[in-house]
Every structure is written in structure tokens, then in C-alpha cells.
Write a protein that binds this ligand. Sequence first.
Ligand code: ADP
Ligand code: MG
Length: 858
Amino acid sequence: MSISQFLLFFLLPEKKFVTNKFKGCPAFSFFLMIPSGLDEILGAIEKPIQYASGHDFANLKTLKGLEPYVAHWLGRAGTLLLSPRRQSLFQRLRIQAKGFDDLDLAEKKGRISEIQKIIHDLKCEDEAPLPCQPWPTQVEFHQSRKDLQTSIQFIKGVGPRLSEVLKKKNIITVEDALYFLPRLYQDRRQIKTISQLGAGKIETVMGTVLRADMTPYRRRRTFELTIGDETGTLIAKWFNFNPRFMKGRFKKGMRLILFGEVRLYQFQKEIHHPELEILEEEEPATPDGNEALSPEKEKSLHFGRIVPVYSETEGLYQRQRLIRRIMKNTVDLFAAEEFSGIPEEVCRRQNLIPLSEAFRRAHYPDPGEDLSLLNEGKSPAHRRLVFDEFFFLELGLALRRSGTLMEKGIPFSISHRYTSGLRKMLPFSLTPAQERVLEEIETDMRRPHPMNRLLQGDVGSGKTIVALLSGVMAIEGGHQVAIMAPTEILAEQHYLNIRPLVEKLGFRAALLTSSLKKSEKESFHSRIKIGEIHVVIGTHALIQEGVEFHRLGLAIIDEQHKFGVLQRATLKKKGMNPDVLVMTATPIPRTLAMTLYGDLEVSVIDQLPPGRGAITTRVFNEKERFRVYRALREEIAKEKQAYVVYPLVEESERLDLKDATQMAKNLQRDIFPEFKIGLIHGRLKSEEKEAIMADFKARRIHILVSTIVIEVGIDVPNASVMVIEHAERFGLSQLHQLRGRVGRGKDPSQCLLIAQYPRSEEAERRLRVMEQTTDGFKIAEEDLAIRGPGELMGTQQSGLPDFRVANFARDIQLLSEARKEAFGIITRDPLLSMPEHYFVRETLKERWEGRLELATIG
Ligand code: ADP
Ligand code: MG
């Protein structure tokens, strides 16, 4: 235990040594808050007031004409844009100055002090009616940051045992505890009687247990409590419960607080699965010797206010009052330490309350607060905390981006000698969307700074050719190109498509995957190193140690969502700040894209090549399987081909999924003996996979049975049917990707989803969405709504911080506001070196903890 912790241990329970420590408004923050022009006016009004009040009002007698003087300056103030509160303060100034010359000295003195108060308020008044946000000194700030890392053990009531329990909730420091927000708020400002409860409303009520019983209900049993007060009775009902636990828990005469939605059932009020708190239960003393507060304090903590309810954990069930006490101690002692330095003007524009106040009110809301806003996580306190998280995320991204903008890169000289040759080899011309994106890329490549661009385009929109043309531009400038794909099959496909084109132009391409023999690998490595190979296509093998480039100029990453941000960085390090183009077909809602790729410029191919047939999607159940087979047969009779996709390669004991290998056999033997059926999956050797894909492309295979290895990238335009088995088990974006394998020719295609029962509600929703739309962006929005962004993008993989308060789906509006403000600051102060950004910079460093390479800000 360090000295400071030692002291803390003794001081904390007694003394609120940290609250209100930064009282008053430093001139510095005045300055930031006052609209321009206002300070001049206030200064002018203040002059005669200071004159009159100085030397114990010695000059008061000689002060004349204050009323017209003030009126003049108020007239000037009328031309400023002022908040309603400031306007009313000015009105009060006018009143105080009225008839001033005719007053006697005592009255004048009174008026002068009133005017001084009003001027002070006018200065401190924020646009939102806020108290002036106190700014700490640098020393105080760093001390606060240290204090907030105090172990939770030092809070009164928490000893070693309890701190073990809290650890399970990731509460280790007092700051962790501050971020442990209530999961629910109950209104106990005025607890209603049973007769006052309204049906359909969420209510809090107090009463006595009259009866506790298990009651037969249909084929199951329910647990029922009859609760009474002097005005009536209420039934609390449980349909799912642990009988032993429930029976032992309630005794007649026990007093409870219940919370939940009130229903009316045959004139009887009921609450199902209420939240409840047993009032008179002896609280077992904790092993840490925790004792209740004085009855008065205890009462004020749990009653007569909006009461927080925290999520519980093993070891803390039914201990709401204990948690509340601990949290109260923590908030009282430490909330005031929280300060992140978001500039005053941003707080004002965004209507943000001070961070310390946000923590206080998020745990112990003020009496007048809006309960539903609190419960939706949208109260001013929640808004501030969410904004804070988003702001520092976006600030980091903005900084990273501005850092790249300032880095030295390769200014490519692009002649178009070879790109125009390449264009002539293509059987099609580019769509306007492809042309536009290519231009954006070319502009970036010519700049002396590294390109960092995300190319987004729905499946089949033609990203590959754009990538290849960009690659050839880099080769024209005398550099090498690396193309990285997430699967071997896709890398091979790129290689097969790209090599003939590149070779016709007189350049060399190589395929680098992990299944190469050691000798082959070594030979490639040395040829890459001396620059003999111009285009290197590969999987992860590309970023592994040992691959060195002669002059890597452009790194292209296909299907970026399959890789993490870190891999992007590693590939980048293979060259001297090469340009980077990442491509993704996973359409990401704009706001989310901004966040995940906030340091990238974005290009979108928002148009499919012309002449594509439409895709019809239908869902079938097991009994309708024969109709799927009939559709397959009809298409193959028209010389078309089909995919059949299974979730797994081999039979798994735990899941009774259809096994691709087995089903390929069955289809061949029992269903389609007249057709040729192929099988491809991830465990085949490269040559085998290559041979099978080549057979499929050449139409020697009619039906390709596959695992999800074909999910990304595969391009065989003659395939017109996609059958997906166990479609209920796939995620939306995966289904959309798989469907993207068809609809690449000019004839109509079909996507046939075979789904089993039982299906979860979510699965049902996914299947309906698939039937309704082929628009990747709509699908992404739905996916976001169904799954939430963490899962959608794998935040862990993308290296983003986890949010403690913010929630993408709920707070997406605040995210763009935070982004605007953060990027604004970086535009004005690219290195965050201005003195007023000191705290912001320090907070940023702490929050990102090396996740960003922030060397630039030192
Ligand atoms: P994705 O964007 O999903 O990677 P691909 O690059 O694989 O799509 O392109 C899908 C198909 O569209 C390929 O067969 C490609 O040759 C073709 N294609 C690309 N651009 C055009 C175009 N402008 N006109 C016609 N076909 C195109
Ligand atoms: Mg592709």
C-alpha cells in the first residue's frame, strides 16, 4: 500500500476532501464562454460599478446617470445572440438601474451589489443554464487521475471478500465503479398505495406479504405472492422460478417494495416477475464487516428519491441496498474527480453537463429528473457520458488520420500507358461508379502522402477490376503491388483472373499462400525481394515474417472486414509508407463505417454493372425440399449451374447439421445421378481446390456442394442457383454474401433457403429480410438492428475500445456530433499542442493506451 493509499484509507470515510475543490470560475474559462462582444459590454457596465463600490462605496455619491448609461449598453447587447437566461439577466440589470439617481445611499448600495451579482452570473452563465465548469490545475488533474485508480477496497463497506465479488463485474478501481451505471431507476419519490396503481403503467409500490404460494397454472405452476396495504391487494406472479429458493425467501408479514408493469386480471391487479426488495430483512453482515448506515441515512438512500438499481452478481444477489451504499460512498467521494477536459465551447454547443455532475446524477438522479429518459439511457447525465466516450474515440481517429495526412508517401507518376492497355483487354467498359472511384484513387496516389482509402461496394459491383487498375498505376510508377485476400480460394481466384492480364502487359504475378512448399516459398521471397515480381497475391502468408518487398507501392486488402486493423498496419510496414486500399463488400451503415474506419477516406461503388439478372429469394422448410430440387433440375436443364452450401464440413456429434461431404454423396447417388456434382471445402489441398474451381468454371461440374469457403469473392457468372442448407443458422451478412455468388449473369437467378424448425425469432427475421431485399445497405442496417455493432464488426478484432456507457444503436446521433466536434478540434490544432487542449490530450492518451500510434502528440 502506498502512502497516498494509506492516507486515503483513513481519510475517506470522514472527509469529502475532493468535492468542490475547484471552486470559482477561473478567468480562463470565462473567456471561453462569453460570446464575442459580450465581454466588451459587461466590461463597460462594470466600470462605473467598480468605481462606485470601491473604497467602501466612497465614490457612490458622485455616481450619476447610471440608468441611461446601462440602457445604452443594453441596447448594444440586444444585437447579440444570447440565451434566454442571459436575456433575462439583462432585464434584471435594467430594473436595478432604473431610477437610480433618485435613490438614497443605502438603497443605492443595495442596487450596486445586486448589479455586481448579476454581472457575475452573466459571466458564469453558460448558454445552457449550467454552473461554470470548474477547471482543475494540471497538478490537480493528475492527482485526480491517480485517485480514481484507487482500489475499490478502500471504499467503506468493501473489504477483500467483497472486492473479489466486484472483480467479477470488472470493478477494480473506484473509477470502474463510477462507470458501473444502474441498469434501472425506480421512482420512489412518492410511493403509491395499491389502490393508486394504474393498469398498464410501470409502478413502484410497497406492501406486506399476506400469502406466499405455489399455484397450478395450466400445466405448469406459478409462484404467487399476495401483497396488501390498507387500500387493497396486489398479486406478484412468477412463471419461471426456482421453487426451493422462492419458498424459503418470503414470510408472512414481510414488507416489500415491488416494481414492474401493473396488469389487471379479472379485477385483480398483478405484477409479473416484479423487481423487488425485501425491506425488513436482516441484512447479513458481510464478511468485510459492512454495517448499515444510521436509519436516517439509510432511509434517505433507499426512499423518497429516484433509486438506482444495479445489476447483481453471484455473491451479491438481493443485496441492492448494500450495492447502493457502496456506490453512494464512491460517488460522494470520487465523482468530483472526474474531468476529461472537453472544451467549454463544445460543452455549450452540445448542451453537456460537467462530467463529474454526470457521474453523480447517473447514480443519484436529482429529484426533478425525467424517469423515462433515465431508464432509456438518454438523460443529460447519460448523454454526457456517452458523448465523452464517443468524443475521445473520434478524437483518436481524427488524430490518426491527420497524422497520415502529414506523413510522407509516394507521389506516383501515372502515365496510363499500361492501364489503357488493360482496359482494352476487358470485355466490358467500367461503370460510371467504377470510373469515379478510380479517379479518387488516382488523385490520392499522385499526392505525396500515403493513401488510406476504403473501397466499399456491394457484392458483384466490380471492385476487383478497380483494384487491378490501381495496381497497374502503381507498377507504371515503378513499384510493386500486394493484394491480400482472406481465403486461399479467393486468393487463387484473383491470381487466375489477374495473372493473364498482367502478363499480357509484360509484368509478373505470383501467388503466395501458406500451402506452398518451403522451397517454392523461398524462391518467391527472393524474387519479390529483388523486384522481379510486380504483383504479389496472397493470404495471411503475405504479412508473415520473411516477405520483403523491393519497392512496395500499393497494398490492397480485399474483404477488409475479414481482417483486423492491425493486419492492415503490418502490411503497411512492409513498404515505405505504401498507399493502402482496403475493399469490403460488407455494406456498413455510414455512421458505423465512420467509426470503424474513421481514419480512412471512403469511396463507394454504388452501382452494379449493367445487364445483371434479378435474384429471387425464397425460404423453404424440410417438407418442401423436393421443390428446391425441382428448381435445381430446371435450371441445370437450361445449361446453368448451382451451388449448395452447408454450414460444416464434417458431421459433428453435437450439432445435427447436414454434412457437406455426406450430402454431396447423397445428392450424387440418390437425387441427381444424371448430373456431375463437385465438392469443395477448406480442408482440401490447394491444387484440389484449384482443380475443382477450374472444373466448375468450365461447366464440367453442374452442382458445387460447398462449405462457406465460397462465401467471399467467388465469381462464376453462369451459376444461377444458390441453395443454402440450414439457412436459419447463418447470419444476415453471411447469407447476403453467399447469395452474391449468383445473379452475376444476365439471366435471372434464384436463392433458395432451406431452413429447419425450431427457428429463433431472430432467425425468422433474418430469413424474411433476405426474401424482401437484395440491397446490401438495407441488409446491413437490419443486421445492425438485430445483432448490434459489436458482433457485426467484431469490435475486438477491429481494435476499437469497448464502450462502457455508449450503445451504437441508441446513441448513433451523438456519435456524429462527437465526430464533428473532435475532427473540428484536430483541424484547428492537429497535434493538440495548444495549452487549452492539455487535458484533452492527457485524457486521450489514457483512454487509447497505445491502441493508436500517437507518438505525434508525445
Ligand atoms: P466484387 O465487387 O464482389 O468483388 P467482382 O470484382 O468479383 O465483384 O466483379 C463481379 C463480376 O462483374 C466479375 O465477373 C467482373 O468481371 C464483372 N464486372 C466488373 N465490372 C464490370 C463492368 N463494368 N461491366 C460488366 N461486368 C463487370
Ligand atoms: Mg470481390
